[in-house]
Design a protein around this ligand. Sequence first.
Ligand SMILES: Nc1ncnc2c1ncn2[C@@H]1O[C@H](COP(=O)(O)OP(=O)(O)OP(=O)(O)O)[C@@H](O)[C@H]1O
Length: 247
Amino acid sequence: MFFEMSNVTKSFGGLVANKDISVEIAEGEIVGLIGPNGAGKSTMFKTVTGFHIPDSGSISFGGKDITKYEPNKICQVGISCTFQKSQLFSALTLEESVLVGAYCRHKRKSQALPLAHRMIEFVGLGGKEEVKISKLNMFERKKAELAAALATEPKLLLLDELFAGLVPTEVELMLELVKKINEEFGTALFIVEHVLRVIMGICTKVYVLEYGQLIAVGTPEEVTSSEVVIKAYLGDDDFYAATDIKS
Ligand SMILES: Nc1ncnc2c1ncn2[C@@H]1O[C@H](COP(=O)(O)OP(=O)(O)OP(=O)(O)O)[C@@H](O)[C@H]1O
């Protein structure tokens, strides 16, 4: 399997944030991860990207055991992530920020810079290279995050609530951009999202997490019609709005 988490558990003191998690992602696949607040979604992403070491279980990518890899090594093997809280430094320019990603692939600026420029163009921010991150609006900042992650040339890209805080027209534009990443670069995507319209629109498989445990996996239609999932989302208006289920 291209990417595989096998029976991964991660605790913080007495709190088991991820319990016995197993996930499979095929090359080029778009997979979603949903679950109520505090279910353990970001913990899973931080474990995959090397910011947490699991208590038990294993993670493999392209046939390699990457369970204990540190974040920079995870990036080098081809896994990148955009985080819920922006990781970009406000004092840097857009070009400098994306260059940080490109340096993961190329040591020389002469090679890293064209890659950074390509990704800035790709996300539609061409012309803003010299603008400071602090001067970008929220939508531009999210695209800048994406460009920096893409500049590491990932084979698997994790998106943690990339769509949060965007207005509906921006959600549609971002959705097109995310689809384009998958189509043009063949990048597999693992998407954590509360905006279920996104999950329903592009994922072929969705995992559902509740209280640290996976409670369902299937197509978007299968999981959103599953009794256990409906129960987990009871009272969540976004869930009802994105499905045929009546509140
Ligand atoms: N570094 C940490 N130290 C202690 N507890 C943590 C840490 N990170 C996460 N937790 C706890 O683990 C649980 C899962 O948190 P996590 O952020 O993974 O959930 P989530 O599903 O991403 O939530 P949300 O949808 O609100 O972002 C929560 O109870 C949280 O308080």
